[in-house]
Design a binder for this molecule. Structure first.
Ligand code: ATP
Length: 319
């Protein structure tokens, strides 16, 4: 468990983190999101006792990092995998860390296996790709088999197989009851990996919610493609739908509000032939839209629930 309370960090006149409060609970993957410079790394460093807060506090398992009795077995972190010294082998690097933390050689062999670096264990880190360095950083974080993991951009440099592997690993670590906090710029990946999201902007909390709730809030409607779009629009609006041409939806155009259709009048919001093909409908389910289309003799060539991506939701709430 990580508890961040009213955490603030000033670097001179730069307010990197400002009154930040959130919890990271065990048994879940929590994603930490924010634009460049939002304060994610600073927050993680304060949780890990690497930077002193100007005010407020960050606790791991109820105490400050420095007060943990067996820190390597309680918290593992990966902050900047690229910084690792290049002269040693992966094995030697991990062994030095393990001995410093009172951890045996056998665990080094285990974590090298776990992160897929067993075959490169005796190679010098200097020759490692970025993805291999990420795996090595993760191995170091896992050495003490800790209950809390704090990972800054762990996906960076991993290939698609590596990304999928990491996702599965982090989800299984959380399923074992561990607390997992990770930052990433890769929104699609974050939406697949994280159960909860803490989103910050300019050092302040913007959202602390579940990934599912955030995406449901930004759910943007049902995409309908029909050669009878104008007629279908009238029928759907009469049933209470709000409709806009789908290709305008991303441009943020105001939706056309629901209104009853006057008999015979053309109340369609659709103005050109291309827009008549695709509609974005809100306020009705796909089933109801399909039934209305059938009742009005309108062919439907596509009927699909359109989900807002985490990237779109993130951009909207952090604007
Ligand atoms: N050691 C430092 N000295 C002075 N200013 C700093 C220092 N570290 C960070 N900052 C500033 O604090 C703010 C937050 O930076 P931080 O690195 O925590 O953001 P971030 O969300 O991790 O960004 P990124 O995604 O780019 O890593 C930025 O304005 C940054 O320039």
């Amino acid at each position: 468990m990580i508890e961040v309370t009213e955490l603030t960090k000033l670097y001179g006149s730069t307010r990197a983190v400002s009154g930040l409060t959130f919890d990271v609970k065990p048994g879940q993957v929590t994603g930490f999101l924010g634009h460049n410079g939002a304060g994610k790394s600073t927050t993680m460093r304060m949780i890990l006792g690497l930077h002193m807060p100007t005010s407020g506090q960050a606790l791991i398992n109820g105490v400050r990092k420095h007060d943990l009795r067996d820190p390597m077995r309680e918290v593992g972190a990966m902050l900047n995998a690229a910084e690792v010294q290049g002269g040693r082998s992966a094995f030697a690097h991990l062994l030095a860390l393990a001995y410093a933390g009172g951890i045996g050689r056998r665990r080094v062999v285990e974590v090298l296996e776990e992160v897929g670096l067993a075959g490169a264990a005796r190679k010098r880190i200097a020759g490692f790709s970025q993805g291999m360095r990420q795996r090595l950083g993760l191995a170091a974080a896992l050495l003490g088999d800790p209950g809390v993991l704090i990972l800054d951009e762990p996906v960076n440099g991993l290939d698609p197989d590596g990304i999928r592997w990491l996702r599965t690993l982090l989800r299984s670590l959380a399923a074992e009851g561990r607390t997992v906090l990770l930052s990433s710029h890769l929104m699609t990946e974050m939406s697949l990996t994280a159960d909860r999201l803490v989103i910050i902007g300019r050092g302040r909390l913007i959202e602390d919610t579940t990934t599912a709730d955030l995406l449901a809030r930004f759910h943007s409607g049902v995409l309908v493609r029909s050669p009878h779009a104008a007629r279908l629009s009238r029928a759907l609006m009469a049933a209470g739908a709000t409709i806009r041409p789908a290709q305008d939806a991303d441009a943020g155009e105001e939706p056309v509000p629901a209104r009853p259709a006057a008999a015979g009048a053309d109340t369609s919001p659709v103005r050109d032939a291309r827009a008549e093909e695709e509609l974005l409908v809100t306020g009705l389910t796909t089933a109801v839209i399909g039934d209305i289309a059938l009742a009005n003799g309108c062919a439907v060539h596509e009927l699909a629930s359109r989900r807002t991506s985490l990237e779109e939701a993130f951009m909207e709430i952090t604007q």
